[in-house]
Design a binder for this molecule. Structure first.
Ligand SMILES: Nc1nc2c(ncn2[C@@H]2O[C@H](COP(=O)(O)OP(=O)(O)OP(=O)(O)O)[C@@H](O)[C@H]2O)c(=O)[nH]1
Ligand SMILES: [Zn+2]
Length: 299
């Protein structure tokens, strides 16, 4: 039997069997899911196979996943899997807009195979100071929505992008994800709160993503606000693939194994000098590469 996992904590998982509406609470057969060395082998959005006793025997292969590296456990951690789109939410001014944090979210989304949409919330606090960055990400081909959860700007556009989809929401703590969700779904607030209480049972609720039904089809997948964030990138080559403009120039590096760091001749570094690659993007590349090199040694 196939089921979709909506929620999991302390070894109990809320799943919806194919063709059923209600959630059932199930467990993994045996203690651990075999062959998966991850912080949380199962994440909201996963499809799983159950045996006749309704025990989880297998995670069905993911189409994509939003992950980070968890330094405490030295393992990749999955927020959610098999989703259609992720809204990377930042605030225009408070908390301060950190462009390298945006790169980290975009790298993780690209790496995980999830299409990102950049959402800048709180534009009522001003947006002019970001015009250079807005142009940068638009030129890179990313969809960008300017929003104000308080004043309603951008909400229609977000609803339209999300229609019938499973849409993840993530971003730093305080950027306004909850406010945005409430503004996007004014009618299901009460219901949602009740369902959350039932699924999450009080404490430690913020460790996992939560599914919330969308009024125009599909689900929102709300994730806990983050303070810092390390994208999980298994190799340098994968990192290059997660940054479109670096990938494009990397083809022209004379050495096929170029790391784009200290090499004498490097098309990527030339690109940074000539301005075809933004310095902040290159800095993000270097930093994420450094970090991933260090955790790959531990993992
Ligand atoms: N000016 C302005 N303030 C906003 C807007 N959206 C949210 N806020 C405020 O920003 C603060 C944080 O909002 P939350 O919705 O709690 O942020 P969050 O991203 O859910 O934070 P976490 O729960 O920590 O993940 C609150 O005081 C909101 O009222 C907006 O569009 N404009
Ligand atoms: Zn190079």
């Amino acid at each position: 039997m196939k089921a979709r996992l909506f929620y999991g904590r302390a070894g109990r998982f809320g799943v919806q069997l194919e063709g059923e509406e209600a959630l059932r609470h199930v467990q993994i057969k045996g203690k651990r899911l075999q062959g998966v060395d991850e912080y949380n082998p199962l994440a909201p959005g996963d499809w799983v196979e159950l045996d006749k006793d309704l025990l989880i025997i297998r995670r069905i292969e993911r189409t994509n996943a939003l992950q980070r590296f968890n330094w405490k456990q030295n393992k990749p951690q999955t927020f959610c899997a098999n989703i259609d789109l992720v809204f990377c939410v930042l605030a225009s001014k408070s908390p301060e807009f950190h462009v390298r944090f945006l790169d980290r979210l975009l790298i993780a989304a690209e790496e995980g195979g999830v299409e990102p949409v950049i959402v800048i919330n709180k534009i009522d606090e001003g947006i002019e100071h970001l015009s250079e960055y807005l142009a940068l990400y638009q030129n890179l081909g990313y969809t960008l929505v300017l929003a104000s959860a308080l004043h309603g700007d951008g909400l229609e556009q977000l609803r339209a992008l999300a229609k019938d989809k499973l849409v993840g929401l993530w971003g730093a703590s305080g950027v306004g994800k909850s406010t945005l969700l409430n503004a996007l779904e004014p009618n299901i607030q009460q219901e949602t709160a009740a369902v959350n209480r039932k699924w999450n049972r009080g404490n430690h609720t913020t460790n996992f993503a939560t599914f919330l039904p969308k009024s125009n089809g599909g689900y929102w997948v709300d994730t806990p606000g983050m303070r810092d964030f390390t994208p999980f990138v298994p190799s340098q080559e994968e990192l290059v693939l997660a940054m479109p403009e670096i990938q494009e120039l990397a083809h022209h590096c004379p050495f096929s194994n170029c790391q784009h760091l200290d090499e004498q001749e490097c098309a990527v570094k030339d690109g940074v000098e000539q301005g075809t690659i933004a310095l902040t993007r290159y800095q993000s590349y270097v930093k994420v590469l450094e970090e991933s090199t260090s955790y790959r040694k531990k993992w």
